[in-house]
Design a protein around this ligand. Structure first.
Ligand code: HEC
Length: 394
């Protein structure tokens, strides 16, 4: 009975509603991660991101115990101005504060009728006093996580603070040159781009040539060759790591960008050719025939007809290939390693060497997510068309 009811209820929901719920379910944690990446480390360690709108720490306790006499801003008693940094500095620690509160003023308890707060509450009140006095003005949002991740800073405090104090733990210049630091995400971002762009363009370019030949040019063994290509798609990438890295060692290509471009091109090609051929092959034959009749060469037909017509397929292939390479760790680890660290490699390093410093990871995750999102959103239109074009053959 009950399951029937649930089923009916589910059927009543429109697909749109379900889609929105599913999107919300996974967008919420993403949003949380984004908010977290902009929070100061101490806040991240103390409270969850959904608490960002809460009152500052200790405000509640301060209001119950102290606001009555000292005022909301701590300035009400002129000779005991709690917004005076020098005074507050003396009561930075909770036990000094407790001692003070236990002392009587003119024979009466400092807090009047209220009991002296315990260790924890005093600590929170001390924190709040530091905040209203301006000794410790921690902003709610900061770019520190991003800056630290970009320059690869792994000190106890932030890069900015340590640079200002002149006590930075790693040898950095404390200026814009640090953006290129080999341990930072900034450099890794560039490396990822350097890997991904040629590795996306090259296979698609060659695949377009090959697909054109497979669909519109007659040559011997065409079917056999195409069957072989389809078969090549099942070769697992891991199987080729050893032979190729040995070959690269002989050619001196290990740890070079050229090596990784060639690898990705080789692995991208079979699927790219397959998809492009299906797409080009589904175009009406008459277009090409009339072009040939008009005296166009194969080359003209290729770049004036085939390429513009297959833009949707090229775009969707481009997105897939780009995303796969951008997120790839295995190939980058084996063929580039630490020589030219890419984003995935650098993120991996952050996790293992930091453990507790995962606040950097939040920023690093967004740095590495930014570009795929832009690529996806800007090519989305083509993407849907390309998907349809690949599946529904005319
Ligand atoms: C019943 C009123 C009252 C309450 C409640 C009260 N204070 Fe006070 N407080 C005073 C008065 C009055 C003085 C001024 C004493 C003096 O210096 O003559 C004072 C002084 C102080 C001073 C300055 C001590 C110094 O070294 O000069 C601090 C710090 C202070 N209070 C902190 C607190 C905190 C924190 C709370 C809340 C937990 C609190 N007070 C609650 C009345 C109060």
């Amino acid at each position: 009975m009950k399951t029937q009811k649930i089923k009916n209820w589910l059927r009543g929901l429109s697909p749109h509603v379900i889609l929105i719920i599913v999107c919300a379910l996974w967008l919420l944690p993403t949003f949380g991660l984004l908010v977290t990446s902009f929070r100061p480390v101490q806040d991240i360690n103390e409270t969850g991101w959904w608490k960002i709108l809460d009152a500052p720490k200790g405000e509640k306790e301060y209001n119950t115990y102290c606001a009555e006499c000292h005022g909301k801003d701590g300035k009400l008693i002129a000779e005991a101005d709690l917004s005076n940094p020098e005074l507050v500095q003396k009561y930075r620690r909770s036990f000094t504060l407790i001692v003070l509160l236990k002392k009587e003023i003119d024979g009466k308890p400092h807090l009047g009728e209220l009991e002296v707060p315990d260790e924890n509450i005093s600590a929170n009140i001390a924190t709040y006093m530091r905040r209203i006095s301006g000794i410790e003005s921690r902003p709610r949002f900061t770019l520190s996580n991003y800056i630290d991740a970009l320059v690869g800073y792994r000190g106890n405090t932030t890069y900015k603070e340590d640079c200002a104090a002149g006590t930075q733990a790693v040898d950095l210049f404390c200026d814009t040159r640090d953006l290129g630091n080999a341990r930072g995400m900034g450099r890794a971002f560039l490396n990822s781009l350097l890997v991904a762009i040629p590795s996306t363009i090259l296979p698609i370019l060659f695949a377009a040539f090959a697909a054109y030949a497979f669909s519109w040019m007659d040559f011997k063994g065409r079917q056999w060759l195409f069957a072989l290509l389809v078969g090549l798609q099942v070769v697992p990438l891991q199987m080729t790591l050893i032979p190729i890295s040995r070959l690269y060692a002989q050619l001196g290509l290990n740890g070079t960008f050229l090596g990784i471009w060639l690898f990705h091109t080789g692995f991208g090609l079979p699927y790219a050719i397959y998809l492009m051929r299906n797409f080009l092959g589904s175009l009406p034959r008459e277009i090409f025939e009339s072009a040939y009749l008009d005296g166009a060469s194969s080359w003209t037909a290729f770049y004036q007809l085939a390429i513009p017509l297959s833009l949707p397929a090229i775009a969707s292939l481009g997105i897939f290939q780009f995303l796969w390479i951008w997120n790839d760790l295995l190939v980058a680890l084996v063929f580039l390693g630490g020589e030219h660290p890419v984003l995935t490699y650098q993120i991996g390093n952050m996790v293992t060497s930091l453990g507790s410093g995962w606040h950097l990871l939040t920023a690093a995750a967004f740095i590495s997510m930014a570009l795929p999102m832009i690529v996806f959103l800007s090519l989305q239109k083509f993407f849907v068309r390309g998907m349809l074009a690949g599946s529904v053959k005319g």
